[in-house]
Design a binder for this molecule. Structure first.
Ligand SMILES: [Zn+2]
Length: 164
């Protein structure tokens, strides 16, 4: 059955009408609503499709510790907490030609959509691909306080300084 779709006004990149799989939606549960909203808006304007990997949303300390022991993160979840533990971070993978992709060009396109969306919604985020000490291209996080663009603050970005 064919259905007429009404397209929103095309911007510089034609919307491709990507939508999240139920799995990706489930993986975002518990994440800060602002970040979920940004992800939805980003998907609607992104030139490249993307989804949420396992452990890409909120993590327990135990899960963070396990990822640390597997060498998948620099934050052990105990001494160095991850923003994923507070639901303030979200990881993505690009989805290109029917396959997951972590290629720089694809993740950069996704990041452009995230940044544009966050800006439009007046929410401050950081993309791990902009970090210099350790580049984490699939990673986005909410920045509640302006900790500045100093690369030395990167480790701090993973640790809640003070949270009530
Ligand atoms: Zn992450």
């Amino acid at each position: 059955m064919t259905k007429k779709t009404t397209k929103p006004k095309a911007k510089k990149v034609k919307p491709k009408h990507f939508s999240f799989s139920q799995t990706s939606l489930d993986r975002m549960k518990g994440v800060d609503q602002r970040l979920i909203d940004i992800a939805h808006k980003a998907l609607s304007i992104s030139a490249v499709d993307f989804g949420i990997p396992q452990y890409g949303g909120i993590r327990t300390g135990k899960e963070q510790g396990w990822l640390y022991s597997e060498g998948k993160t620099k934050l052990d979840g105990l001494v160095k907490r991850s923003k994923h533990q507070d639901g303030l971070a979200l990881d993505v993978f690009a989805y290109v030609n029917g396959k997951a992709s972590w290629k720089e060009e694809h993740l950069t396109a996704v990041a452009d959509a995230f940044k544009e969306s966050a800006k439009a919604m007046d929410i401050k985020i950081e993309w791990g691909g902009d970090w210099q000490n350790f580049v984490d291209m699939p990673h986005f996080e909410i920045v509640d306080k302006d900790i500045g663009g100093d690369p030395s603050s990167i480790v701090l970005a993973g640790i809640p300084l003070k949270r009530g």
